[in-house]
Design a protein around this ligand. Structure first.
Ligand SMILES: [Zn+2]
Ligand SMILES: [Zn+2]
Length: 169
């Protein structure tokens, strides 16, 4: 996992530092489907601001994920622009908002943070295009390629024969 050694930075109050960390992204699993980052490794910008007590971390990244459209299973790609902010004050009590979970042993775990930030920035549905018609619930055909509807009438010819018989009675 990619991380920043905060002790190495040795920031004094009022100082700001910008770091660029390469993070390798494992595929994301969403709704039973697999989405891969292209490229797999994304540059993650982290700005570190040392306040008098807490350290402020600002994350910024851009990633592209590709995988199956959630409606038609065709190819879908999604561009993700994520920003996030965390705080770290070593004197804050555990589980406090000023005590970021991404700081472990004086290291900022940029890899885990970037992954979570992408997860939070993803749209609810990943689609090949916003107006994707999806697959037909009756026959399973792609409604984008073959727009159609099924009528209420039962297509079974045996029923048609019965209907005809009934009409004659
Ligand atoms: Zn689609
Ligand atoms: Zn159909």
């Amino acid at each position: 996992m990619s991380s920043i050694d905060l002790r190495r930075l040795g920031l004094r109050p009022g100082e700001v530092r910008s770091e660029l960390i390469e993070v390798e992204l494992e595929p994301f699993l969403l709704g039973g489907q697999r989405y891969e980052a292209h490229p797999e490794t994304v540059p993650v910008g982290v700005e570190i601001t040392q306040a008098s007590g807490a350290t402020v971390f600002d994350l910024r990244l851009h990633a592209r994920l590709t995988g199956p459209c959630m409606r038609c299973l065709g190819y879908a790609g999604v561009e993700v622009d994520a920003t996030a902010r965390e705080f770290y004050d070593p004197s804050a009590p555990p589980a406090d908002v000023l005590r970021s979970d991404y700081v472990v042993d004086d290291r900022l775990e940029v890899g885990a943070w970037a992954r979570d930030a992408i997860g939070l920035s993803l749209p609810e549905q990943i689609l090949c295009r916003p107006e994707c018609a999806g697959l037909c619930a009756v026959c399973g055909k792609d409604l984008n390629a073959e727009p159609h509807e099924h009528t209420e009438r039962n297509p079974d010819p045996r029923w048609a024969a019965l209907e005809e018989l009934r009409g004659r009675l």
